[in-house]
Write a protein that binds this ligand. Sequence first.
Ligand SMILES: Cc1ncc(COP(=O)(O)O)c(C=O)c1O
Length: 403
Amino acid sequence: MNDLIETLLSRSARNIKPSPIREILHVIRQPGMISFAGGMPDPDIFPVAQFYEASSIIAREGKDILQYGTTEGYPPLKDFLSTWNTPKMGRKIQPDEILITTGSSQVIDLLSWALLDEGDYVVCEEPTFLGATGTMHNHGAKFLTVPCDEDGMMVDLLPDIIEKAISEGKKIKFIYTIVNFHNPLGCDLSLDRRKKLLAIAKEYGIVILEDDPYGHLRFEGEDVPSIFSMDRDGLVIFACSFSKILAPGTRVAWCAGNRDLIRKMAIFKQGIDTCTSVVAQSIVYEYCRLGHLEAFLPKIIEHYRKKRDQMEAALNTHLPLDKISWLKPKGGFFYWMTTAPGIPADKLLQRALEKKVAFVLGNAFYPTGVGGTNNFRMCFTFASPEMTETGIVRLGEAIREMI
Ligand SMILES: Cc1ncc(COP(=O)(O)O)c(C=O)c1O
């Protein structure tokens, strides 16, 4: 880097970490590469015609839509969300409890602006979504991590972790949890643990960021009530997004929660992007108003269930089952794989890349940087059925070569 620029960099810029997924993007994009790496929807299922139909709103409302919008969000979309979300939220949330954001990534950023001072602590699952902890890290956050099993965060361990941190003078601001079809673990946080987590947050006066971009993509089993729906104290900020249930290119997402906190987040948003694209919000709104979202959800669930089943069959057929294990996800986008001792994930990735198969190393999802050496994450939604079959055959070969 240019010496002058280096001396001018902010402390944040010196400490900023690039995303490991973005870093290997040039590898993933090589011709012939089969990628299970990015958490991407299947472009073949994007509702292009319906979205195009919804864009006709520009002809009717163009004079409003092409103007700057309110920071809090396009009012008709907020009204839609306040009704549509009622089953998940346990009550009809009011428009002033909602903030429309530019991706739910921005919810994480805005909440970090609102709550974090340099050196404050965030409690999170380990492993967890690296985009979230990366953003929090950029705000100076430190992490208290809680291990997970097939029911999500092992919440019973949390009081001791919090007590110890408090005795060491650490300030804990919020708990970050991905409640449904966890990224990267694929598991759900059980109802019992959701209740306990809320009780702990209340006891210690900590906010919860309940991040739920995958909750609408359930292939089997019953929906588990959101933590937000059980909260009577305004401690939970609930985040959801159109990225996985419609299209990430819209960059339209939302959060709901405590009015005062939402207001503070909106003020930060004013200075960041003024408002989320009104063009995008209005087309998403029109798409929903025309009933396309309700029609699309069952279709996409069926589509992804088939992809999950195909991946599951391929894994069982082509991998040496004594050397690798996984939990079959009941929804969402991801498989979390565990390799046997002697098959470290980084060495396996090297071999896999030579065979033109990509995945994300488990270690990338550990905010402390320690752990996940025998794990990796695979996304089952993106690759075509043929690619999935071929990719898993090659992965099986790579593992056998290491035995
Ligand atoms: C758990 C989780 N939260 C948030 C996001 C961000 O989604 P977006 O900014 O596209 O809404 C993702 C994306 O992969 C995610 O997996």
